[in-house]
Design a protein around this ligand. Structure first.
Ligand SMILES: [Zn+2]
Ligand SMILES: [Zn+2]
Length: 155
């Protein structure tokens, strides 16, 4: 489904538990944001206290992105255990949690991802993935260092 709507009558007397699957397309892929590879499972409970709706849920999906240093593909699990929304209602028949869920997912996907904390990235000179192999650029850097220059002066 594309919207997570709940009818007030479902939870006006007692807390209501729900499990819904939201279409992953509610989170549009845009630049730099990992794309979701699974639909979004939402397990929650919603209750009414006076005119206040309190919805709590845990949200699960999966994403695909690439390491910001070495560009290796990353497949990860998305888990948001403490989703919570508090709404004031007046005369509505339904509440819609879709926008809040979308915002929390975007927030959770926003950090820049590394394949591992110790990722060495790509060599800025030759573009080689330094996690997989050393390149020879380091050596040539040393070769061009001050000692090499001194070597050039044949005294
Ligand atoms: Zn990496
Ligand atoms: Zn290199």
């Amino acid at each position: 489904m594309k919207n997570l709507k709940l009818r007030i009558t479902q939870f006006e007397k007692r807390p209501y538990r729900f499990t819904e699957v939201l279409d992953r397309s509610i989170v549009e892929a845009f630049e730099d944001l990992p794309s979701l590879t699974e639909d979004i499972k939402v397990n929650g409970v919603v209750e009414l206290a006076g005119k206040t709706v309190i919805a709590k849920a845990d949200i699960h999906s999966a994403y695909q992105t690439q390491c910001v240093r070495c560009l290796a593909p990353i497949d990860g699990k998305l888990d948001i255990p403490n989703f919570q929304v508090v709404l004031q209602i007046e005369k509505e028949d339904t509440i819609d949690l879709t926008e809040n869920i979308r915002e929390d997912i975007i927030l959770a996907l926003s950090p820049r991802f590394l394949c591992k904390d110790t990722c060495k990235g790509l060599c800025p000179h030759c573009g080689k993935n330094l996690n997989k192999a050393k390149c020879t650029c380091k050596n040539s850097e040393q070769d061009n260092g001050p000692w090499k220059i001194l070597d050039g002066f044949k005294l």
